[in-house]
Ligand binder design. Structure first.
Ligand SMILES: [Zn+2]
Length: 380
């Protein structure tokens, strides 16, 4: 089983400079690769692949001699990542973007990295031993290593490790141990499994909203200090840029924390989790919802549920987007054609009063169970 472990990297001043150069070289090769691909396609109708571009690196090194200070594998990995970005694009993701020197910086290494957990050090090609804050241990063969620096200047190293363990056998799918999850707009998620008749609700984290408010204030200050057309921005602008970057980090951490806790809790408590297939790009078109959804990170949450289900042998069942889960009365199946987003509680034609999200969660559970006829709903 593949698992990722991420730690804080603590390079010396000299190593920081070397790292900055490596980030720069990989970014340069990535951007040049993208530019070359675009030109080749536009002017000659030729599609260059990763190998064509990799062959050009040899020639490129004769001119851009500084590239030799960066491990060749890291440069090749940049081009492979560019290829992956193209593949993702053909599968519906956005078009590959040029990398900016302002954003998060990273490079990857497929080999040549050693981790000494006891000495708290990592061996990276060209850099030699770099101090690393190993907060937890791991065992297994290192597959890929990603070194990154976030906009506020912190360095990280992430190991993708083959642990050698087999994935646990999946638990049987059974309605008694299954749950339906509805992602709400007002609340983060509602579970079909009511505790004492009250649906289990995961509220949106309010602290996030507070942090976002502060972010807006700090960003405004940063914008005020920005001098248009100036070759170099002021010291005060750079100071403010770090403040904004740090705040972004806090928000990301708070959000990730919440998503981890919630997904772990759901995975621990149930053997089968029924969900709706998410269509966030469709939902993002609805401006009012866009902010709320982006903030809550449903995509990340779904990814967490997926890999945690693999770790613990749990099942994830996704129902189609076209099942009108929130429009159907779960008691009698009556279809409410006129239901509006603002209707929190509604009454069906047969007099059943249902709460929107809890009702949707129950329907999602039913639809999920229907995907598995053996475990289908019995008499109620
Ligand atoms: Zn009804």
């Amino acid at each position: 089983m593949l698992k990722a472990y991420k730690y804080c990297l603590l390079p010396t001043v000299e190593q920081k400079e070397q790292l900055a150069q490596m980030f720069g070289s990989c970014r340069f090769v990535y951007n040049l690769g993208l530019q070359t691909k675009l030109t080749a396609y536009k002017q000659y109708g030729v599609t260059l692949n990763c190998f064509d571009l990799t062959n050009q690196i040899v020639d490129l090194k004769k001119e851009a001699t500084w590239l030799a200070d960066c491990p060749a594998q890291a440069l090749q990995m940049s081009l492979r990542n560019l290829d992956n970005a193209y593949t993702a694009f053909f599968r519906g993701a956005g078009f590959p973007k040029f990398k900016s020197k302002r954003g998060r910086q990273s490079f990857q290494l497929p080999q040549g990295v050693k981790a000494d957990l006891e000495a708290r050090k990592v061996f990276l090609p060209k850099l030699k031993w770099v101090e690393c804050a190993f907060s937890r241990t791991f065992t297994g063969a290192i597959k890929t290593v990603t070194v990154s620096r976030n906009p506020s200047g912190k360095h990280f190293v992430s190991f993708l490790v083959e642990t050698g363990e087999d994935k646990p056998v999946k638990k049987p799918i059974n309605r008694d141990t299954a749950v339906g999850v509805d992602f709400g707009v007002k609340t983060f998620a509602v579970l079909s499994d009511g505790r004492n008749g009250v649906p289990q609700v995961f509220e949106n984290h309010k602290f996030l909203r507070r942090s976002l408010k502060r972010l807006r204030v700090e960003q405004r200050t940063m914008a005020r200090r920005f001098k248009k057309g100036a070759a170099e921005q002021s010291k005060n602008w750079h100071k403010q840029r770090v403040i904004v970057a740090k705040l972004h980090e806090t928000i990301t951490n708070q959000r990730r924390d919440f998503l981890h806790k919630t997904s772990t809790q759901i995975i621990n408590e149930y053997d089968t989790i029924c969900l709706e297939t998410l269509n966030t790009s469709g939902m993002m078109k609805n401006q009012k919802l866009a902010c709320a959804i982006g903030e809550m990170g449903w995509t990340d949450f779904n990814a967490m549920l997926d890999y945690k289900a693999d770790w613990y042998g749990k099942n994830i069942l996704r129902i189609g987007q076209f099942e009108p889960s929130f429009r159907i009365c779960n008691v009698c199946g009556w279809h409410n054609k006129d239901l509006k987003l603002s209707d929190r509680v509604w009454t069906c034609a047969n007099g059943h009063t249902v709460e929107r999200d809890a009702n949707a969660a129950l329907n999602i559970l039913d639809f999920g169970m229907r995907l598995h006829p053996l475990s289908a709903k019995t008499e109620r």
